[in-house]
Every structure is written in structure tokens, then in C-alpha cells.
Design a binder for this molecule. Structure first.
Ligand code: SF4
Length: 472
């Protein structure tokens, strides 16, 4: 077995073992774990009425399509397995009714500058179903036609042909992400997801030809039957396709939580040393191929807008990972979708039956959420600065939140000192700077500022359950 030698900035195996705790990915702070039924539809509606969109600001819209034709065994998503594509008609109809309920909270037809279709498999819907859905959304919201709009869709390459991509572009989509995971046939068989390199290459080329502005490819390391030699081939094949962004997610095996994962044989999973080698070789090859490390498993070509946003300090974190624009308020449509409006998070019912029942009764399906208090907002800004900019200036946070940083966060700074001793952060009188090595352990650096995590006897923040993925 050939183990790639990590580049010098990569944390050592010993550092990863010590600091890569189970922890949130901080696509939001506080995380969805803190949502409560006490903050439901009425509280969400109140947040919408006092939002920036209520006085004409543009919005971001997320549409969740939960259906997939077959289960990938590694999957931890909220999805429904079915081959009955007529489901898409009924579901799409309800999404339009939900859009009407949400839009009724706001005056006029709010303009949508960012649109994201996620799942599940958004391309489970046919082009005709997607077209009806977009037309319906456009009657309640105004879907931007501006060239600067960001309309993205997650694509399962098995569910589309090259011709589909031209159709998606005609419907207005201009960003796409492709689920690849691994091209090795043994791995694909072990996770029940067969797709050839030729098929994926053809749809990515078609997307490019159709004018999609940014293409993204998702890989997973730590899957059954993966080993460094074959994963090297997969990485090199993906690099040859030259997507603008590449994400390499760590597989978290939690079969007691995710039923599909019980199909994975534990003896097929790579051990932690092999998993570390998979991580190292992917980082090393992507950097050597000219990709920049953005943070939290995300890489981008230097000219991609994500890399540019990182350089000019406008990088953001949202439920899809990293984004390029200052947070527009987000409305989530569909089962389990999350809205983020001002200081309020609201999540839709997580079961299809409950979501259906709410829509059919003409009720907003939001059934849990959270209103951030001043302390939550302060910590959200601190965590966002560390995860997106890789640095935090005390003066900026103090001016925004009227605190004395050193005093307010004395315990957190003391905990961070261990990471400073290990070269993951620099702490001085002006603020905290994440080092190039520390950028690979961002969540560990953010976790001391998470007020909802218990603090271990060692003094470091720790998560109580293995529900979060780790690097290795
Ligand atoms: S990984 Fe994606 S395509 Fe596979 S079952 Fe999960 S949501 Fe569906």
C-alpha cells in the first residue's frame, strides 16, 4: 500500500487524532440540534414580517426534493426511495402552495437572487415537472433573470443525460454540483451506486457547454473498499474533469442512526491509518493540481468565485456549506427544509406525511426552530469569522456586540491556547489568526466558542454523540 507523504502544512496524524473531535460543521450557529418546537410557524411568520425582505431586500430560496430512485448505502440524508416519478407532480404542486404561504408573509413578489435545489435527488423530477415548479415559484416570488443570479442544482449523474443539462440551463440554472464519491467499481458496488467515469464526464462536459458558470464535484473518503491506490485514480480522474470546486467529505459510519448504512460491512471500511492516507493524498493531489483549500473539505480553482471570495473576505457559511455573498435571508421549501431569516431559524416538518398535512391544511409547515439571543448572535459572528476568514479581530467583534472580548471569552481563549501551542492558531492582542495547518481543523478551532457543547474534563469542547463526521 502506498501512503502519500503529507505536504508540510497538513496537520500530523497525531494532531488530527487529538483535535479532530466529533463536532458540528457549523453550516449554522446554533446548529439544528438546538431547534425547539417552541419556535414554530407563528415565530417563523413573525421573523419574516420583520425581515429585510419585508422592505424589499432580495432573498435566497432553498427547495428540497427528497426522492431518490435507489439508496446509496453511505447516505445520511432525509430522503424517500421510490421509482414512482408521478410523486414529483404531487410534491411539486405542494411546493408551489408552500411558496404561496411563505410569499404571503412579505409584500409584493420578493426577488430571488439565489436559488438552490437540493435533496435527495432534485433531478428525480423530470424537466417538465421542474419547469412547472419554477413557473409556480415565479408567480409568488420573482426569480431573477439577471446574469449575476446564482441558481444551483445538485445532480445525480445517474439520473440525467447530457441533453438534460441544456434543458436545466434553459430553465435558468447556472450552477451545478455532481455527486461522484468514487469511480472505483468495487467501492461503487459496496455502496450501491454504480456510475461510470464516461457517463459523469459526458454530463459535466454538457453542463460546461450549456454555459453553467460554476461546476462542483463531491467525493467521499472513508467508504468501504477504498484504498489509496484506487482513490488516487479517482482523484486524478476528477481533476482531469477540472470542476471549479471539489469537495472531499469524510464518511461517518453511524448505522444505528442511518438504516442504509447497515448494508455496509464493517470489515470493508478502511482503518483510521488508511483513512488518513486517503485524506492526505486527496489534499496533496488537489493542491498540486492548482486547487486552493477553502476550508471544511472544500477546494476551488483560484479563479472560482469561492476562492475569490476567500481572498477578498466575503466568504460566507450557509446550509449548503460555503457561499460567496453576504447572507441573504433564506426561505426553505419542502420537507425538512430550513429557513434562516434575520435572527430566526425555522425548520419544516421532517416527515413527508406531516409536511403534506400542513400544506393541505393551508398551514406553514415550520414546526421547530430557534430565535437567536444576543449571545447566540455574538458567537455566530465569532464562529463565522474563524471558519470563513480564518481570522478574527477583537475590535470588530467588540464594536458590533459591545463586549470586551478578552473578558467575555476568557475561558474560550484559555482553551484555544492548547491549539496555539500546537501551531493551529496565532493569538495576539489584536485577535486570532488560523494558521495554514489550522485551516484543516477549523471545526476544532470553532468548537470552544460553541456555548451548546459540553466541555470535557480536558477543558476542550466536545460533542456527546458520534452524530458528526470526523476527518478520520
Ligand atoms: S446519497 Fe444522494 S442520491 Fe444517494 S440516497 Fe442519499 S440523497 Fe439519494
Amino acid at each position: 500500500m502506498s501512503h502519500a507523504r503529507p505536504p508540510s502544512r497538513l496537520p500530523s496524524a497525531e494532531l488530527i487524532r487529538r483535535f479532530d473531535a466529533n463536532g458540528p460543521r457549523y453550516t449554522s450557529y446554533p446548529t439544528a440540534m438546538q431547534f425547539t418546537p417552541a419556535h414554530g410557524a407563528a415565530e417563523h411568520a413573525a421573523a419574516a414580517r420583520r425581515s429585510a425582505a419585508a422592505i424589499g431586500a432580495p432573498l435566497s430560496l432553498y427547495v428540497h426534493v427528497p426522492f431518490c430512485e435507489s439508496p446509496c448505502f453511505y447516505c445520511g440524508c432525509n430522503r424517500i426511495i421510490s421509482r414512482d416519478h408521478a410523486l414529483g407532480d404531487v410534491y411539486g404542486g405542494r411546493l408551489i402552495r408552500e411558496a404561496a404561504l411563505q410569499a404571503a408573509l412579505l409584500p409584493g413578489r420578493p426577488i430571488i437572487e439565489q436559488l438552490h435545489f437540493g435533496g435527495g435527488t432534485p433531478t428525480f423530477l423530470s424537466i417538465a415537472q421542474l419547469e412547472r415548479l419554477l413557473d409556480g415559484l415565479d408567480t409568488h416570488f420573482h426569480l431573477s433573470r439577471d446574469a449575476g443570479r446564482e441558481f444551483s442544482i445538485e445532480i445525480d449523474p445517474r439520473s440525467v443525460t447530457p441533453a438534460t443539462l441544456a434543458e436545466l440551463a434553459r430553465l435558468g440554472f447556472n450552477r451545478a454540483s455532481f455527486g461522484i464519491q468514487d469511480f472505483d467499481v468495487a467501492v461503487q458496488d459496496a455502496v450501491n451506486r454504480r456510475q461510470t467515469y464516461a457517463e459523469v464526464a459526458a454530463v459535466i462536459e454538457a453542463a460546461r457547454a450549456a454555459g453553467f458558470g460554476s461546476l462542483s464535484a463531491d467525493l467521499i473518503y472513508g467508504l468501504p473498499k477504498q484504498h489509496p491506490d484506487s482513490f488516487t485514480r479517482t482523484i486524478d480522474q476528477v481533476i482531469a474533469l477540472r470542476p471549479d470546486r471539489i469537495s472531499t467529505y469524510s464518511y461517518a459510519h453511524v448505522p444505528e442512526r442511518f438504516k442504509a448504512q447497515r448494508q455496509i460491512r464493517i470489515e470493508d471500511l478502511p482503518d483510521s491509518e488508511t483513512k488518513l492516507a486517503l485524506l492526505n493524498l486527496s489534499i496533496e493531489r488537489l493542491l498540486a493540481a492548482g486547487y486552493r483549500y477553502i476550508g471544511m473539505d472544500h477546494f476551488a480553482l483560484p479563479q472560482d468565485e469561492l476562492a475569490r471570495a476567500q481572498r477578498n473576505g466575503s466568504l460566507q457559511r450557509n446550509f449548503q456549506g460555503y457561499a460567496t455573498r453576504a447572507g441573504l435571508d433564506l426561505i426553505g421549501l419542502g420537507v425538512s427544509a430550513i429557513s434562516s431569516i434575520g435572527d430566526s431559524y425555522g425548520q419544516n416538518a421532517r416527515s413527508l406525511a406531516e409536511w403534506n398535512a400542513a400544506i393541505d391544511a393551508g398551514r406553514l409547515p415550520v414546526d421547530r426552530g430557534l430565535r437567536l439571543d444576543a449571545e447566540d448572535r455574538l458567537r455566530r459572528d465569532v464562529i463565522a469569522a474563524l471558519m470563513c476568514e480564518g481570522r478574527l479581530r477583537y475590535a470588530e467583534i467588540e464594536a458590533l456586540h459591545e463586549i470586551d472580548f478578552a473578558q467575555h471569552f476568557a475561558a474560550e481563549l484559555a482553551r484555544l491556547q492548547t491549539m496555539a501551542d500546537d501551531g493551529l492558531v496565532l493569538i495576539d492582542d489584536a485577535g486570532i489568526t488560523v494558521t495554514p495547518t489550522g485551516r484543516y481543523l477549523l471545526r476544532a478551532i470553532a468548537m470552544p466558542f460553541d456555548a451548546y457543547l459540553p466541555v470535557a474534563a480536558s477543558g476542550s469542547a466536545t460533542a456527546v454523540t458520534p452524530r458528526y463526521s470526523r476527518l478520520i
